[in-house]
Structure formats: C-alpha cells, structure tokens
Design a protein around this ligand. Structure first.
Ligand code: PEP
Ligand code: MN
Length: 267
C-alpha cells in the first residue's frame, strides 16, 4: 500500500531529544511507577549511563486492583520532570483520564496511552489535541488494524507524532504474562509510516526472557525498545517481578546497540 516515507518522531528538545523511526532507535527505560525522587534519580543515572534516551515512570497507574498502589499523581509528575532534566533525559508518562491530559502534557515530553486505554476514544481525542508526541500501546486484545485505527484518533486531531508499541497480547499460556507478537512490527511498517517499538517487559513479564525479545524486536525492525528497570525490584510498588536491574539493562543496551549498528540504524 502507498504511504509516505517513515515518520521520525522526536521526543524532547535540543541535543538531548530522542528520535524514533526512519533509522533511529529510541531507548525508553525506567521504573513502572515513580516511587520517590531518590529512587528515580538513581535509576535515571544508571539508565542514562547505559544509553537510554527517554526516562519513563508512571504517576497515574492503571492497576488491575483498586487496592493496589495507584501512583503519586501530580507529585510524581513533578519528580519525573525534575529527575529527567537533571540527567538530560526527555520523559514519558501515562495519562489515564481525559481530565489529567493537560497536566500530564505540562510536565512531560511524551504522553503514554496504555494498553487498557487504547480504545478509550475520548482519551485518545484529548491527547490528540496536545502538541506532545504520543506513545500508544497496543491493547491486550487488539488486532494490528485496531491499533492503526486508534492511532488515527490521535492523528485526526492534528497531532502527527505517534509512536506505536507492541507490548504483548492475551494468550492461552500463562507461562508468560502476555504473548509477544513480534510479527506486529513488520506488519505496522507494511501498513503505516508510524514508528513502532517493542516492550518486552510487559510482553513477557519475565526478566530472563526480556533480552531475547528485545533483540528479536530490533532485528524485526522495531524503532525503539521500552524496558522497565528498577534498582530494588523486590521492593517495587508495581511490576517489580518483571524489572531488569540497572546492570542487566546496561548489558542488554550494549547488545541492542550492536544489532542496531549491524542493520545500519542509530540510537
Ligand atoms: C506500563 O507501561 O507500566 C503499563 C501499564 O503498560 P501497559 O499499558 O502496556 O500494560
Ligand atoms: Mn508496568
């Protein structure tokens, strides 16, 4: 099908801006949730040294249980902004409520739309009205075409900067948290000019499987890699069991860099 040249989405400003698409690989990393300034600062320093280009962290967490930690809210956004600036890392964080979109846009360089909200069309429309790049995760029961149509909700509001994310879909085997659909990467490139990245953390839920899936994603043409990193996984307030330690992330980032160079891409 005919479509324009691959889009390049820039996140952040100036020389620390991260690029996704058109031969650029964006490296998003950080904890699932923002827990404290001290902890985020430590993780950010480590991932930056390892080669990450965007810091992630949730201030509003879409938890399965209403009794689980829901995030620090605006205080978390403030911490994320401060720590990102200190380390020269643009920041991405999730908006889960149309009423928070303006606030999230104020503090962040990229707005995440989570898997649970990929078809929350009211939220998509509000995010589409902002001038911030968007990280749109594939819904856990969404087809690749569903994902494309959700991206249209953002694009049609006048916001062209959408990065898609394969984060696994519901499968029949509970050995993994989800099923990593690596074929979604070339399918999106076939259908669209938009960048697509992979999130092996939520796709597998298992740290020992993350490196293989991250490298497979990059080899399949992914325009970026999204990985959860925590310095004390056993103490994390969400998604601790799937987090890579900073040193594990550093080792993986070096491998990703080698694959990227081999296929003529830059980080
Ligand atoms: C997350 O990034 O922490 C998250 C909640 O991801 P997903 O929406 O893919 O489940
Ligand atoms: Mn998470």
């Amino acid at each position: 099908t005919a479509h324009p040249e691959p889009s390049i989405v820039s996140v952040g400003k100036g020389k620390t801006a991260a690029k996704f698409g058109g031969g650029h690989i964006g490296m998003i990393a950080g904890p699932c949730a923002i827990e404290s300034a001290e902890r985020l600062d430590e993780i950010a320093g480590a991932i930056k040294a390892a080669g990450a280009t965007v810091l992630r962290g949730g201030a509003y967490k879409p938890r399965t249980s209403p009794y689980a930690f829901q995030g620090l809210g605006e205080e978390g956004l403030r911490i994320l902004r401060e720590v990102g600036d200190k380390h020269g890392l643009p920041v991405v964080t999730e908006a889960i409520d149309p009423r928070h979109v303006e606030l999230v846009a104020e503090y962040s360089d990229m707005i995440q739309l989570g898997a649970r909200n990929m078809q929350n069309f009211v939220l998509l429309t509000e995010v589409g009205k902002t001038d911030k790049p968007v990280l749109m995760k594939r819904g856990m029961a969404a087809t690749v075409k569903d994902l494309m149509m959700s991206a249209e909700y953002v694009l049609s509001q006048g916001n062209p900067n959408v990065v898609l994310c394969e984060r696994g879909v519901k499968g029949f085997d509970n050995a993994c948290r989800n099923m990593f659909d690596v074929a979604a990467v070339p399918q999106v490139h076939e259908l669209s000019h938009l960048p697509i990245i992979v999130d092996p953390s939520h796709a597998t839920g298992r740290p020992e499987l993350i490196p293989a899936c991250a490298l497979a994603g990059v080899a399949a043409g992914a325009d970026g890699v999204h990985i959860e990193v925590h310095n004390l996984p056993e103490d994390a307030m969400s998604d601790g069991p799937q987090a890579l330690l900073p040193e594990q992330y550093a080792e993986l980032a070096a491998q990703i860099k080698k694959v990227a160079e081999a296929i003529g891409k830059t980080i």
